[in-house]
Design a protein around this ligand. Sequence first.
Ligand code: EPU
Length: 430
Amino acid sequence: MAQYVIHGGKPLYGTVNISGAKNAAVGILPAALLVDGVCRIENVPDISDIQLFLDILTRMGASVRMINKTTFELDCSTVRTTSAPHELACKIRASYYLVGALLGRFGKATVAMPGGCDFGVRPIDQHIKGFNIMGANVETINGDIVATTQAPLHGGRVSLDIVSVGATMNIMIAAVLAEGLTIIEPAAKEPHIVDLANFLNAMGANITGAGTDVIKVRGVKRLRGGHYSIIPDQIEAGTYMAAVAAAGGKVRIQNVIPKHLDCISSKLREMGVKITNEGDAVLVESDGHLNKTKVKTNPYPGFPTDMQPQIAVCMTVANGTSMITESVWDNRFRYIGELRRMGANVQVDGKVAVIEGVDKLRGCPVKACDLRAGAAMVIAGLAAEGTTTISEIKYVERGYENIVEKLRDLGADFQRVETPEPPLTVITAG
Ligand code: EPU
């Protein structure tokens, strides 16, 4: 067991480097199963979700060679199994991309129902709808998704009922080696969708329209190996921007694509934060005095749901009453209880949170309810007076590379401490 301990109230100064995008990497690694040759992938984030994916691919027979901490050579041509190891695949959400990849390559896939953060019901009916249109039969058997095809997978027009990042990426992966043309609409437009398409095209796929509402995938016979570098993580960058906004300071956030941050930047500017775009960096300056604002989460290019808890922390210390409407997930306010323990004044009614700014948050023991909620607790700890301890940090480490070191380099008083397991209570008969 480990915890974060933050002595808050210190502004942040310096430069931080953003890592490769988690939600692109978790699509690109399974998509490498389609490639008949060696893929060299750079800018892979060093986070536990990625380690798990590399373990899954290795267990399935792929050769995984680490060149350095963020560069890997994968050769999946040696994979013969159509099943992913259940006990590993059930731990992450993105394991569902293995279904698209195995179906595309072998016409058969057995993959555990995905795990991941708990935001209420997380159906995958739209992924299945796409696979069905392409000729696959999909069932759930003993906690596994089992997908099979009688004839080779074929293209088709997939009209999704909602905009889904996961369904768009999964159907795109499955369609790359399928016969004929697959059209996905309305497609999600997140930067990681474009990145996955660029990776697949670099390996020989024929995908057009990624980043628009309509993606067309013309099936090809084979993907060859190649080199690819993953884009910077939009949400990691946004998280550091929110940290500077709430704690105050002046930080250059580098290795970013400022265009991907537009929506986050404009909200933070509205709150009084100065943000200057500098090519592949953004300079963020805040005196910690923030104005109220309203945020509604939406698919890209809207305000990302994965930044909702972090901006909520900024609102807790802003002047006046702010409001958040969460329109992507049913239940993404579970962390608000933890913020209240730190003195935040927040009312939640269904998908709406009303946040009345307070002068200061106060440090206390809190827990990370999920990945982004955990990041929000870190920001709250940095902005708060006194000491904040955060438990359940395994969630944070699923998605943030070296968060402790990166924030310490910016001057935060932040430590990761190992805590002893609580003693077992021995109950004696008598
Ligand atoms: N949905 C359905 N049916 C489906 C798929 C989705 O009803 O078949 C609904 C969901 O319940 C949700 C909405 O559609 O209400 C959007 O879900 P989407 O499929 O876009 O989400 P996802 O692919 O499961 C990814 C990210 C999430 C991020 C969302 C939205 C990965 C591994 N996860 O999830 O990231 O919140 O897109 O942008 O890429 C995170 O990184 O912290 C994280 C949770």
